[in-house]
Design a protein around this ligand. Structure first.
Ligand SMILES: *Cc1c(COP(=O)(O)O)cnc(C)c1O
Length: 311
């Protein structure tokens, strides 16, 4: 969140305007809409996968457009090259939150973004023991400006966290490869099961952004989201509750651990939205998000099989 704060503080002036994706991480939306508004920064929240709608939101004073490479939990992709083209010749800069992709899965600056941020707290560190962020910029003077903002606003990271983060980064390439390989197998497995209604994973041909994934991602990622079949009484929540109780995978609203974890977006990350707003994003009571870890593939598949057999 410090990385996003630093991006806003360094790029947007009082009276400026931010266009942000309606699928951003919840706290990011709170920062942009709530906190930034106190500095007289105007905001427009829009589905940035709709390029025409995004273009129509741009104003003379738009300074920042914010989107995520891969969104949570439906794993929709941002067409970074197309968004970047929209901003050509305007004074707005494109900031991409690349947390779900990591620099190994996508390199936003090479695709035309002006700024890229990562929550290092997730798979980049990978051990759920630091809170860290990263912000990268395209222009030579980005670093000096961001450095000043970090120092003046006190957003610097603790040296010990940085030390732990460097330890985590040294195995990122290994953990990322195994987690993505597991995730692909998990997605294909879940898609074949009658207890599952739908699987969201950019590597599946059934995903709406599958073709885009082939263009901008070098791997389809380590997060898999799926909807269980409804419980006998027609309740999605009851189905999720039953699955979460049955499965030997820890419940964890964060993600990117070495171990596979799961979350229930409707009651955690997206609980602030109404049922209708959740449904608009494709989130239901029966929606489960898996953060697939680095275990042996068989271990993950066995845990899922055992739980699905009890549904
Ligand atoms: C977790 C997360 C953040 C916030 O990161 P922190 O390290 O918790 O501050 C921002 N964006 C995305 C996509 C995230 O998943």
């Amino acid at each position: 969140m410090s990385a996003l704060a630093a991006a806003i503080l360094s790029q947007v002036s009082t009276g400026g305007h931010i266009v942000a994706s309606n699928q951003l991480y919840g706290r990011s939306l709170q920062l942009i809409v709530g906190e930034a508004a106190r500095s007289n920064i105007e905001t427009t929240i829009i589905d940035t996968t709709d390029l025409a709608a995004t273009q129509s939101c741009l104003r003379e004073n738009t300074q920042l457009v914010v989107a995520e490479t891969i969104t949570n939990p439906l794993l929709r992709l941002s067409d970074i090259p197309a968004l970047s083209q929209l901003l050509d010749g305007t004074s707005a800069r494109l900031l991409v939150d690349n947390t779900f992709a990591t620099p190994l899965g996508c390199r936003p600056l090479e695709l035309g973004a002006d700024l890229a941020m990562e929550s290092v707290s997730k798979i980049m560190n990978g051990h759920s023991d630091v809170m860290l962020g990263m912000l990268a910029g395209r222009e030579a003077n980005d670093e000096a400006r961001v450095r000043d903002v970090l120092s003046i606003w006190g957003l610097n990271s603790s040296p010990f966290d940085c030390w732990l983060g460097a330890r985590g980064l040294s195995t990122l390439h290994l953990r990322f490869r195994q987690a993505c390989q597991n995730a692909r197998q998990v997605a294909e497995f879940l898609e074949s099961r009658k207890e599952v209604q739908i699987v969201h994973y950019p590597g599946l041909a059934s995903h709406p952004d599958h073709e885009l994934a082939g263009r901008i991602l070098s791997d389809n990622g380590w997060v898999v989201t799926f909807d269980l079949q409804l419980h006998d009484d027609g309740s999605g929540f009851a189905a999720a509750e039953k699955f979460i109780a049955a499965v030997d995978i820890p419940f964890c609203p964060s993600l990117g651990e070495v171990d596979t974890t799961l979350s229930h977006p409707a009651s955690t990350s997206h609980r602030g939205l109404s049922v209708a707003e959740q449904a608009e994003l494709g989130i239901h009571g029966e929606t489960i998000r898996l953060s697939v870890g680095t275990e042996a593939t068989d271990t993950v598949l066995r845990m899922l099989t055992a739980a699905l057999q009890q549904m």
